[in-house]
Design a protein around this ligand. Structure first.
Ligand code: AMP
Length: 595
């Protein structure tokens, strides 16, 4: 078997190198194509009026006409149009081609799922970025052609909107598309689980079958993957509890009664057959692994795996420690950057640690603009707290004008009918690859913790929790499983509450230390000043019982979220979630810092 660096791979790399080299020009042509395809739709007509000569206009003139006349929009501005589409209005509102499918963004970051148009272009770009990333990856970590991928991927339920359009998450549409099959053929790597397992609609049953089939084909598995890291960690945590049952199924060629969906039972039983030798080998390895707290589970159980691959940046960073533990010496390769709205950038440097990864913007996917974001001076504006954050915005600029070291919010104009739509992500330009910027993902722009004049983003919270949990691993043999937070303003003064799920025993004294450490680790000036003047009360650390975050996952899945796109909300004011968290709280500690 040969390494998967076939001619096809060289083709796609050459294509990307060309578009990256000419990124500025490619962007203006991308804008021209989007406008040509959708010229005359209701939304554009409202702002652009009649332009007849899109083809003849000089690229920069078209660009400046577009950005002068069409305003920056938030999803809320486009929502009335998307709602009309969902309700069955057949007129060209956002795109000339009728939209037949809508994607649901995960909604786990903002608490509310949004509809986003999905077209064939969406699946095609997904295929393109996956092929491109696979080609770059295989230069560093070649894999055998015809091998398998143990992929923890999940479709959510698809449903029809009032107007009869198919709706579901973008990953769901992609896994059901031709492009998903083509990707397996073109990258010559095949997912262990059949489509029925991916789309079972019950993530617990799918996870069991992914693990079972992954082990059944263990010698063929070339790498382990998922969309977001969360799913891999979640799957291996479940494996620690279910391995004996899985081994039994491998030995007997049977399927656990946990699997109740008839079509999954049939398809999985058709694939597996009794294999006592394999079961015995896996059992022996699992017994060893138990003694090692499952360190190095991946290379031990999948001896031919070359790496672990998934999105490890942004809100996935807190799971990296656990993933490293499971992966042992195997490299972790961080996957690409995109959203339900559009794919954005590809990771060209497979050998980089997830903490150092950047994403090279693919200039044909959408027309990208960048709003420069400048940090306000610490003591400036502290009494004029805005509801968003403490960035001052510059005017949006095109991709060709971005600068290394500067932070930006991304704005998208897509082939699927979004025009100058703010994505809400903050990125920093780390470098250039030829003519296209390589972006560092910084955080979601929206503030998550704010009570008074304090302003903290998800990233700020992440750093604080990291500091607190370091004490946990130093002074107690315990690990942080997951966390979230809440700005409690029910009583005056308001205060932050951080919820932790912990594995292991921790004395109250150590928890108090963690709580104090977190309180003093919020460096935001507004927070520090407010704490010193008692305008914000002491930080509260709530320890929730084991399994609480699984209940939270179930709560979201029950409301239509997809496991593949799930991101634990790092801050919540959702009453359902707070109810779960408060019912499951088994210990509360208040900070004594700033006393
Ligand atoms: P969704 O709403 O489910 O489409 O999720 C899209 C969001 O996930 C993006 O706007 C980012 O905030 C986040 N995201 C996607 N890819 C990455 C990545 N590679 N690194 C960090 N965050 C990401």
């Amino acid at each position: 078997m040969e390494a998967a660096t076939t001619n096809g791979d060289y083709g796609i790399i050459e294509w990307f190198e060309y578009v990256a080299e000419n990124a500025g020009l490619v962007q203006t042509e991308t804008l021209r194509r989007i406008l040509k395809e959708n010229y005359g739709v209701e939304y554009l007509k409202k702002w652009l009026g009649e332009i007849k000569n899109i083809d003849e206009m000089e690229a920069s003139a078209l660009e400046s006409l577009y950005t002068t006349l069409v305003p920056l929009a938030s999803h809320a501005d486009l929502e009335p149009y998307i709602q009309r589409i969902a309700d069955g209005d057949p007129s060209p509102l956002l795109t000339q081609q009728p939209i037949t499918t809508l994607s649901l963004s995960s909604g786990t970051t903002e608490g509310r799922q949004k509809y986003v148009p999905f077209t064939r272009h969406s699946s095609k770009t997904t295929l393109q970025i996956f092929r491109l990333a696979a080609a770059y990856r295989s230069r560093v970590y070649p894999i055998r052609e015809g091998g398998r991928i143990l992929e923890f991927i999940y479709s959510s339920k698809q449903f029809k909107t009032k107007g009869g359009l198919a709706a579901g998450t973008a990953t769901t549409h992609y896994f059901a598309s031709e492009e998903f099959k083509i990707k397996q053929e073109q990258t010559k790597s095949f997912t262990c689980s059949p489509e029925e397992v991916i789309s079972s609609g019950d993530y617990k049953q799918s996870t069991y079958c992914h693990l079972l089939l992954g082990l059944f084909f263990s010698h063929q598995v070339e790498f382990i993957a998922s969309t977001f890291t969360y799913s891999i960690v979640q799957a291996f945590r479940s494996f620690e509890e279910m391995w004996e049952e899985i081994c039994n199924d491998i030995r007997e060629g049977t399927l656990s009664p946990r699997i109740t969906i008839p079509r999954i039972r049939k398809v999985v039983l058709d694939i597996i057959s009794p294999n006592p030798c394999l079961a015995m080998r896996i059992e022996a390895k699992c017994e060893d692994l138990e003694g090692l707290d499952w360190f190095g589970l991946v290379p031990k159980l999948w001896p031919n795996a070359k790496y672990v691959y998934s999105i490890m940046t942004g809100s996935m960073q807190p799971y990296l420690k656990k993933l490293r533990h499971y992966a042992g010496y195997l490299p972790l390769v961080s996957a690409d950057y995109g959203s339900t709205e559009s794919w954005i950038g590809v990771n060209l440097d497979a050998s980089f640690a997830p903490e150092d990864v950047t994403f090279a913007v693919i200039p044909t996917f959408s027309y990208f603009e960048f709003i420069p974001l400048y940090k306000q001076k610490q003591n400036q504006n502290q009494y004029f707290s805005s509801a968003t954050d403490d960035f001052i915005e510059g005017d949006p600029i095109p991709l060709s004008q971005v600068k290394v070291g500067q932070q930006y919010e991304i704005v998208l104009t897509t082939f699927t009918g979004l025009y100058r739509c703010r994505l809400g992500d903050v990125v920093e330009v780390a470098a250039f690859y030829k003519g296209t910027p390589k972006l560092n993902f910084t955080c979601r722009r929206k503030l998550i913790l704010t009570v008074n004049i304090d302003k903290n983003t998800e990233k700020d919270l992440q750093l604080v929790v990291e500091k607190g949990s370091q004490i946990l691993s130093k002074k107690a043999r315990a690990e942080l499983v997951d966390f979230t937070s809440h700005a409690n303003v029910a009583n005056q003064p308001g205060h932050y509450v951080i919820y932790w799920e912990i594995k292991g025993e921790v004395e109250e004294r150590v928890l108090a230390e963690c709580c104090n450490e977190m309180d003093v680790s919020f460096v935001d000036h507004g927070y520090v000043v407010s704490r010193k003047t008692s305008a914000i009360g002491p930080l509260e650390l709530c320890i929730v019982e084991r399994g609480t975050f699984k209940k939270i996952l179930d709560h979201f899945i029950g409301n239509g979220a997809a496991m593949s796109q799930f991101k634990t909300p790092r801050c919540t004011s959702n009453q359902g979630l707070l109810r779960i968290l408060n019912v499951c709280t088994i210990k509360r500690v208040h900070s004594t810092a700033y006393c």
